[in-house]
Design a binder for this molecule. Structure first.
Ligand code: TA6
Length: 285
């Protein structure tokens, strides 16, 4: 068995095998490290991130549920829902790191664990499954309506990817997709590949695979997904980075968020007993 239960900085699962390094925090079922043997870290975590109970970790893959941002009407807190700061239960591990370099963890959350949130008074059961392999990181957020009434929710896997220099990357796969530009408020259509030349905060309507080309790291990642109507692309650039206490002023050059999700007008409605699966796979092209 190559994984261990850690408590520093906060409780979770951490695994090292050779130069491979993977980690998940119990808080938020928050995947924070994925680094297969011989690879540079794939996920980005701010050096200024807090690791305090109840505060979101800045980086890795925050789980956004049951609302995105402040919700469709802009009146919900905490930002991006309560799942990323809730204590999830580690319900399963499958560790074959010593044999084939693979580790699977499963976390569980339900309304009894987070308490009935005034803003989300519905019984549910959620699972977060993360599969660490030498070839890919697969993450799934599964939500089941265990109550008598239908409910509607947003979700997202708010993935922070490490890049050599965000000004040099290219993101393909969104050509022709419409997007909400949250910086200007405009709704536009993507033409060609996406490059990052300033604060970028876009919610695309797209189910396509994304290819992230990083000439500085000399790496190409493919980000595929299912159960996801949206792809969200975010880089805070200079001013927004400086305004966030848990984000180093110069760190914006080393990250890009490429997120799978169902947000804004693409929220998910589950009738009693129905289940939704949101999946994202990050693989080496
Ligand atoms: O997914 C992009 C976004 O919605 C941005 O607007 C920005 O707010 C980012 O999420 C980070 O949000 P957070 O609550 O983690 O600071």
């Amino acid at each position: 068995m190559a994984f261990e239960i850690i408590t520093n900085p906060i409780r979770g699962v951490e695994a090292r095998h050779g130069s491979a390094h993977h980690g998940v925090f119990d808080q938020g079922a928050h995947v924070w490290a994925y680094q297969p043997e011989g690879q540079a870290p794939v996920l980005w975590v701010s050096e200024q991130s807090t690791f305090s109970p109840g505060l979101p970790v800045r980086g890795g893959v925050p789980v956004v549920f049951p609302w995105f941002g402040a919700g469709l009407d802009g009146d919900l807190t905490p930002q991006h829902g309560f799942a990323r700061t809730a204590m999830w239960h580690l319900s399963d591990t499958k560790d074959t790191l010593d044999r084939d370099g693979r580790l699977l963890v499963e976390y569980e959350l339900d309304e009894a664990m987070t308490g009935q949130q005034d803003s989300f008074p519905f019984p549910y059961r959620a699972y977060l499954r993360a599969k660490f392999t030498p070839e890919y990181l697969g993450i799934e957020l599964e939500v089941t309506n265990t109550g008598p009434n239908e409910f509607t929710f947003d979700n997202a896997l708010h993935t922070y990817l490490a890049v050599g220099d965000v000004r040099e990357i290219s993101i393909s796969g969104l050509d022709g997709a419409t997007y909400l530009d949250k910086v200007t408020g405009e709704t536009l259509t993507q033409s060609g590949d996406v490059s990052i030349t300033g604060e970028t905060d876009r919610v695309y309507t797209s189910t396509s695979d994304i290819v992230l080309t990083d000439p500085v790291l000399g790496r190409t990642l493919t980000i595929s997904k299912s159960g996801s109507a949206n792809t969200i692309v975010w880089n805070p650039w200079i001013d927004k980075s400086a305004a966030m206490p848990d984000f180093g002023d110069d760190e914006w050059t080393s990250m890009i968020c490429i997120e799978a999700g169902n947000v804004l007008g693409s929220d998910v409605t589950l009738r009693p007993g129905e289940t939704h699966h949101l999946k994202q796979r990050i693989s080496f092209a």
